[in-house]
Design a protein around this ligand. Structure first.
Ligand SMILES: Cc1cc2nc3c(=O)[nH]c(=O)nc-3n(C[C@H](O)[C@H](O)[C@H](O)COP(=O)(O)O)c2cc1C
Length: 138
């Protein structure tokens, strides 16, 4: 694995550490203060995972949103220019960071700030996207 610096990364420990690392990542995602969403890198970006913070922020349970598109969060006042910038970034394999008006399950508006990171598989092909999301309504 390529190293970004000379500092030993926690991801670079010996293979027996991988199981522990997996549990740490699972726990970090489940208990994060941020909403976390994972989608497939396919048309419509079907959702495969959301954490509890996402459900608290939006009103959608994991059971009801898995398989749907994150576009479910959008509505009449969502800024299309932000979504165009998002599509451009993802098509170029770049990280996206932006904010836009989103809608909870009950129809109420809030301002979502989110980042999307492309996740590559072992063949170096982007198979999933990971989003970190938070309510930044003032
Ligand atoms: C991982 C991921 C998370 C997303 N999260 C949000 C979000 O929180 N709010 C939002 O308005 N759009 C979000 N989107 C963007 C919509 O899914 C996207 O605008 C919609 O699917 C249409 O995209 P397209 O025109 O490129 O197909 C997210 C997309 C991905 C891949």
């Amino acid at each position: 694995m390529a190293k970004k610096s000379d500092t030993m990364s926690i991801f670079d420990y010996d293979p027996s550490f991988h199981n522990l690392m997996k549990r740490m990542l699972e726990n970090a995602m489940e208990h994060s203060f941020h909403g976390i969403m994972i989608t497939k890198a396919e048309p419509g970006y079907p959702i495969v995972y959301v954490n509890d913070s996402f459900s608290q922020m939006t009103g959608y349970s994991s059971e009801e949103i898995i398989g749907k598109s994150p576009a479910i969060l959008q509505g009449p006042r969502t800024d299309q220019a932000v979504l165009d910038r998002l599509s451009q970034a993802l098509s170029e394999g770049r990280l996206f960071h932006g904010e836009a008006i989103n809608y909870r399950k009950d129809g109420s508006e809030f301002v979502m700030e989110w980042k999307i990171v492309p996740i590559k598989n072992e063949k170096e092909i982007t198979s999933h996207y990971l989003a970190l999301q938070r309510d930044v309504t003032k």
